[in-house]
Design a protein around this ligand. Structure first.
Ligand SMILES: Nc1ncnc2c1ncn2[C@@H]1O[C@H](COP(=O)(O)OP(=O)(O)O)[C@@H](O)[C@H]1O
Ligand SMILES: N[C@@H](CCOP(=O)(O)O)C(=O)O
Length: 325
């Protein structure tokens, strides 16, 4: 459940008067997501014909100062044909508001569903959409440091400390070993670009095998471009618990990416290391949340060990195994 900030319907209705969006008809908290509070709003629409919007209130990990970067990036991608949600301007032109004491935005609603168990065809479509997004992002001049990069992983591991062993015996040592490996082999010289950095199936809206929207750009940043494919790979080509590897989905994801963007030889060669980094990143953020979220909190904690299993898989795989021949 990701509604951290509860906003009375009357307050949402009053908030809507700042926009040309009509009056509130219904507001429902959205259960999916873990970072921000999201509501699905139905309104009468500016012309009375009804409309849907997403209302997002920004919580713990989103820094208000980063919102202009996300807004400009989505404008840039949208103008180049990538289906991403627009931030709706209020009547006075501003897109960032305050509501219930939090930064808040009204966002375009996109149709589509997030698949929970992607098919091979859907994995291919996700790869194609990621590559198309990377092409469209070329020329975007905004920059944002990835707070969850290798130094950030060290920092998170330090914050989790010995509590990692409460999640699984020996985990603290395994994380330290992996960080030492990545310190030595992280391919920092690979091309950098603006990346999504969290393109999990829940952030890709689809109708059948067609991608209808990419959402949740709140981790987007400037980092190694092929790392974005590694993040996507880690999210799409395993069972949820990380125990089962789906090689057919992996080959399709990479074929889709090759169709719209592609990897250089250097990126292919470094791909297993990038995947190890991606697996460690999600292991650590999940571990941090696991340790710091009370078991009875409304938000569902995600299992860190699902990414330890992926990490173990990546540590024994080569580029051809992960990307298909
Ligand atoms: N623009 C949008 N159009 C349609 N649904 C959306 C949109 N933005 C968010 N959602 C819905 O809200 C859920 C949570 O949004 P998300 O941005 O992933 O939250 P969080 O950042 O908290 O993880 C998504 O899984 C999706 O169901
Ligand atoms: N994708 C991350 C958590 C971030 O959640 P999202 O709902 O913002 O995609 C994970 O699975 O650990």
């Amino acid at each position: 459940m990701a509604v951290y900030t509860h906003v009375p319907a009357e307050d949402i209705d009053a908030f809507l008067t700042r926009y040309d969006a009509g009056r509130l008809v219904s507001a429902k908290g959205i259960a999916e997501g873990v970072e921000n509070s999201n509501y699905l709003l139905e309104t009468t629409g500016a012309d009375g014909s009804g409309h849907r919007y997403i209302l997002t209130l920004y919580e713990k990990r989103v820094d208000e100062a980063d919102l202009p970067f996300f807004m400009d990036l989505l404008d840039h991608l949208g103008a180049r044909g990538i289906r991403v949600p627009r931030f709706i301007p209020a009547r006075d032109g501003t897109r960032l508001q305050q509501l219930a004491g939090r930064p808040a935005c009204l966002i375009e609603f996109l149709t589509g569903i997030s698949v929970t168990e992607p098919t091979v065809a859907q994995s291919r479509a996700a790869g194609t959409a990621l590559g198309a997004m990377h092409r469209a992002a070329e020329g975007f001049t905004g920059q944002r440091r990835n707070a969850l990069d290798l130094p950030g992983w060290h920092d998170l591991a330090g914050k989790c400390g010995a509590d990692l062993d409460r999640i699984s015996s020996g985990l603290a040592a395994r994380v330290a070993e992996e960080l030492a490996f990545l310190d030595r082999y992280w391919p920092a010289e690979l091309p950098r670009a603006v990346i999504h950095a969290d393109l999990f199936p829940d952030n890709v809206l689809m109708l059948g095998d067609v991608v209808t929207g990419l959402i949740d750009f709140y981790f987007s940043c400037t980092d190694i471009r092929a790392y974005d494919l590694a993040v996507t790979h880690s999210a799409w080509v395993f069972s949820h618990d990380g125990a089962v590897w789906h090689g057919d989905r992996a080959a399709a994801l990479s074929a889709g990416y090759a169709e719209s963007h592609g990897l250089s030889d250097a990126e292919r060669a470094a791909f297993p290391v990038l995947c190890r980094g991606a697996a460690l990143r999600f292991l650590l953020t999940r571990a941090y949340d696991w340790i710091n979220t009370p078991a009875d909190a409304l938000v569902t904690r995600k299992d860190p060990l699902a990414f330890l299993r992926r990490l173990d898989f990546y540590a024994s795989a080569g580029p051809a195994d992960l990307l298909g021949a």
